[in-house]
Design a protein around this ligand. Structure first.
Ligand code: SAM
Length: 340
């Protein structure tokens, strides 16, 4: 059965939409739950059980799902993890993904530890947009946040990516009271020296809560800190393929400042995403534990149409909005398996 047939399926709309008429054209794919770092806000307090190799989807399976999703209107894919650069074969996988029909934008989120060594290979895949997580500019603090003495490696990776021509390079910062609050201004000031987009992410209580539960800073507080220290934040017009970040820049800066306010200002009404977990389930909302299993269907020899139907069903299970408030709730899913 061709992709044409799936697109024209009489069983439902030809694109992924949910019951609230949001069009879902963005798939975030976690290719592994393994990570070389143990970030305090991501890793559960008790060590997680890692999935066996057979439990996670093969690249072949992931590519098949993305191809079917593309036939249902998915145009944008982000590869994440765990740490995507630790999975063997990731470069060849990306080389197959980037030119896939219907996919107009592929990007990668990494912790940057392996970035410098992989930079030429990554460029050759055709990827041009990367996000790198970096919560501090102090090597000793980097170690205490991530468990690895790797600040210089990450920073060298970010600079190598910049020299190579990756753009935009987004720096993801999880803003935490008593952990990196005193560096948020320095991190924001990087946007004067580099064309980076520095994005402050509110801590989300995911993964049975972490050691830093309760330490999350909210966007209005972060904005106040930055405005008091640096100056006004000038809004930047949204562009096609923008994510949930609200974008700003400082006068005279090369780069931008973004805020991802999943807790203080829900952006559910403009959410256009589905997530594919490393274990092979679709997660309609990052902040809800509901998942729709795909792996057994794939491994049971299902046809593309059946997988397309399952994707549509998953889309219909996307709730109107998440209900994770500031009440101290946590959800059980683990960020490193879902991909953030
Ligand atoms: N290993 C890659 C990395 O570090 O960027 C990709 C996976 S990581 C789970 C993706 C993003 O999720 C990172 O930017 C990380 O900072 C963010 N993240 C992890 N746990 C979080 C939490 N509890 N709240 C908010 N963001 C979180």
């Amino acid at each position: 059965m061709s992709e044409e047939t799936i697109v024209n399926s009489p069983a439902g709309p030809s694109v992924l939409t949910d019951v609230f008429a949001r069009r879902l054209n963005y798939l975030r794919v976690s290719i592994t739950d393994r990570c070389n770092l143990r970030c305090v806000y991501c890793t559960p307090q008790f060590d997680a059980i890692k999935l066996d190799h057979e439990e996670i989807l093969s690249y072949e399976e992931i590519l098949r799902i993305i191809r079917i999703a593309a036939s249902l209107g998915v145009e944008k894919v982000r590869i994440t993890g765990g740490e995507p650069l630790v999975r063997r074969g990731v470069i060849d996988f990306l080389k197959r993904l980037v030119p896939m029909e219907g996919i107009r934008d592929v990007s990668l989120t990494t912790n940057g530890v392996l970035l410098r060594d992989r930079i030429d290979a990554l460029w050759e895949t055709g990827i041009r947009r990367i996000n790198v997580s970096l919560d501090t500019l102090r090597p000793d603090r980097f170690r205490s946040i991530t468990g690895m003495d790797a600040f210089e490696r990450v920073w060298a990776g970010i600079r190598a990516a910049n020299e190579k021509g990756f753009h935009p390079i987004k720096i993801n910062v999880v803003a935490l009271q008593g952990i990196n609050e005193d560096e948020l201004v320095d991190l924001a000031r990087l946007s004067f020296r580099y064309p980076f987009h520095i994005r402050f992410i509110e801590y989300m209580p995911i993964g049975e809560c972490t050691k830093v539960r309760g330490a999350g800073l909210l966007t209005p507080d972060i904005q106040k800190l930055l405005i008091d220290a640096v100056g006004p934040l000038i809004p930047v017009d949204p562009a096609a393929f923008d994510g949930p970040a609200k974008r700003f820049r400082f006068e005279g800066a090369m780069g931008e400042i973004g805020f991802i306010s999943a807790m203080s200002e829900h952006f559910c009404n403009r959410c256009n995403r589905l997530r594919l977990t490393a274990r092979g389930a679709i997660r309609p909302c990052l902040l809800s534990d509901r998942e729709i299993e795909l792996k057994s269907l794939l491994r049971g020899g299902a046809a593309d149409e059946a997988i397309a139907e399952r994707l549509k069903e998953a889309a219909l299970q996307k709730g109107a909005e998440h209900h994770l408030g500031l009440s101290g709730d946590c959800i059980q899913g683990r960020m490193f398996a879902i991909g953030g």
